[in-house]
Design a protein around this ligand. Structure first.
Ligand code: ZN
Length: 149
């Protein structure tokens, strides 16, 4: 297994065991529910925006280890970011996990999210990893219900 693959496994286990920012958010200004019918993952993303900035973000729901770990890591990364920064990260994350596994990807600006490039080795799990990001985007755009289908 590659180094990235090993990092990926470690991160998934850690965030699945101790999800960060888990549970409903009081005073959320935006929220959306996401569903990945392929796996059965369901989660809700709560956002609190102050002007253009995400001042708080939490998630709740149930799903597989990958969907949960991805949501957990996402909350730690987007907190404090502006709407434009979050949308940039969304696109970068999406591009990274949907690039063919044999192709090189530039993950230099992704920080910890770079680990999710490892999901490309498991194509059936890509929707698990991206569900929280689709749901986050839905919340920002006031789309209440998001499905990966
Ligand atoms: Zn899943």
């Amino acid at each position: 297994m590659s180094d990235l693959g090993e990092l990926y496994q470690t991160l998934i286990l850690d965030h699945n065991k101790k999800p960060r920012n888990f549970g409903a958010l009081d005073g959320a200004t935006h929220r959306a529910e996401g569903h990945n019918p392929l796996c059965g993952d369901r989660l809700t993303v709560y956002l609190k925006l102050d002007g253009d900035r995400v001042v708080d973000v939490r998630f709740a729901g149930s799903g597989c280890a990958i969907s949960k770990a991805s949501a957990s890591l996402m909350t730690t990364v987007v907190k404090g970011k502006t709407r434009a920064e979050v949308e940039h990260l969304y696109r970068r994350f999406h591009d990274t996990v949907t690039t063919d596994a044999t192709a090189a990807v530039d993950t230099a600006d992704l920080g910890k999210l770079a680990v999710f490039a490892g999901v490309r080795e498991y194509p059936s799990r890509v929707k698990c990893a991206s569900l929280s990001w689709h749901t986050l985007k839905g919340a920002l755009e006031d789309t209440a219900l998001v499905s990966t289908e």
